[in-house]
Write a protein that binds this ligand. Sequence first.
Ligand code: GDP
Length: 697
Amino acid sequence: LMHLTRKLIEIRSMLLSIDQSDALKLPSIVVIGSQSSGKSSVLEAIVGHEFLPKGNNMVTRRPIELTLVHIPAADGKAVEYGEFPGMGLGRIKDFNVIQRTLTELNLAVPTSEAVSNEPIDLRIYSPNVPDLTLIDLPGYVQISSMDQPESLKEKIAGLCEKYIKEPNIILAVCAADVDLANSPALRASRKVDPLGLRTIGVITKMDLVEPEQGASILSGNRYPLHLGYVGVVSKSPDSKGRAQTSTSLIRKAESDYFASHRDIFGSSSSLMVGTDTLRRRLMEVLESSMASSLHGITNAVQLELEEATYQFKVQYNDRRITAESYVAETMDTLKLRFKDATQQFHRPIIREKLKSMLDDKVMDVLEQLYWLDKRAPELGELAADARVKPESVDSFWRHKLEAASSLLTKSGVGRDSTLLVADGLRALIDSIASADPFNYHPRAAERLIQFSHMILRDRIGVTSDQVENCIKPFKYEVEVDDREWEQGRQKAIDLFEKELSMCETKLKELRKKAGGSRRLGGLIGYVRNLEEEDRKRKARKWESDSEEPELAPESYKYAPAQILDARHAILYNDRLNVLKLRLAALRSKRCKAGPGSDVLCPEAFLNVVADKLAYTSAMFINIELLDQFFYQFPREIDSRLLYDLDRQEIIEFARENPAVRAHLDLQQRKDKLEEVMKQLNSLSTLRADPQSAPRRQ
Ligand code: GDP
């Protein structure tokens, strides 16, 4: 029959790991008593070892869930050990170590909190212990001392109250030399168990009162308890300090004491005395209490299981997952998403991007060398004049074209184009890393970003050197055929038209802001005037070196922001004029004639150069950067994200995703409930044994 308790103790700890709801609780024995009532001594006598924290100040600050597991003695030798499940300390054979660990765990509770509700799980395996679960609680405080806050009393009382609820059995520890009327343990138990149906009284320090008085307490006439009182002596009278007392000595002292008063405590007295009696009594009570809880708990578990099964079906369609499968799936998704995104990096697309970057460069070069030049209109006139031969054009323009071409080819195309593509890759990785499901996995996302940046860093230098190397010939000479010329010319026209309409839009905006074109005109006239005066004043100052009063601020008719707008309008106007002139040139017969007119139509020529640069860059960036990255990236995912994780980290990773966590939790709950149900069923067949119970039906 002891088999039953043991099984139920196992089931009890499984149920505790499922949840703390009261419906799923199997009974345990809860030990309460005031400080110094001898609570620790009793527990240690039951276990047969000293293992509880000792000290003057209150040291039990957390409940200790003590599970005793009886194991057979190996070769007649006692292999006893303790375990703190979930702490990773393994088997502890030295009970001093258990005691030290408990002390540390207790002292780790901040003094501001004084007591903690969080139980310490301790299991003790020994051939000398019965199968029992006991919960040791902080002792009731009777007098509040200086360093113990008043609220401590209530806190401990509250904690005890939580544990002495049904279906637990209350072990109320009272010292024989203290009037039972004053026992906080009995008082607390009476509140929740007025008939004393699930309370066992333990009277300690029986040696401190006259045997007759002790016997009268145990008879329980004053405060009757259904489960009775057990009297113990758990202190060796001939030792001074507790540290030296061995439990066997204590046991001997106890049996000696009761033997020497056999007339009162002998077997004929029907009084319960001694630690062995207590142990047996506890086993009986726990066993019968568990047995009577069995039916209720089986029903409760059945209900919970049905609910969990139903939810699992409805929410997840019975689909089982594991942390491993989730991690693998996530990595596959990552690779797939990456592969899809690589479409954006096909060569024509890259070429297009590079070209547009180079178009900007061409515009910059044109502005710098041509548009800001005072002789710019001259070039337009030359292009329009059919009599002018390109060969005879002033060498000034030939030099200009060479300068422009070299400005473009030497503008750091290798580096800029490589960085442009690398930035694109970086943005891609960032977007993958911040999207579902990686938004749930910040650490993995960070690692993803880290290693992809590292691959890029490794490749950027090589690639940009290689690109720069391959465009080197263009720095000396660019050959242009008719077809390329025509394309370049068209492209230049497109770009200029776009630029033109951009300038017009801006001007329109400025006009609107100024309140009409007449007003903007007035504003521009004013600013031009201002600039003219400024120039004159500077010139005079230069000549005479004399101080002239600055324009007084009140003479400004317009706000500074308006003046700034007018300046912008002037710039856009000038740009518009240049663009119109150049568009006319690009559309002229002269320009259409072919690459021979490059001096007169630098825009078309530079466009061809830009196109060649884009083509060559794209080719080598593809080989040196993209191919390498696309090859390395999926491999790095495996080696840095996947294979790096141990079992624990895989579980942590999966549980970072709330949807997966909920799925795993429900699945686990269902599994555990199933297991518990199986165990409970096997027990009921045990109980249905015809020898232990009459067969029904
Ligand atoms: P706790 O604070 O309730 O855990 O009480 P302890 O077990 O630490 O015991 C308090 C004091 O009472 C200690 O000094 C023990 O040595 C002493 N003590 C415990 N049991 C007995 C006993 O049966 N007889 C005598 N004489 N002293 C005891």
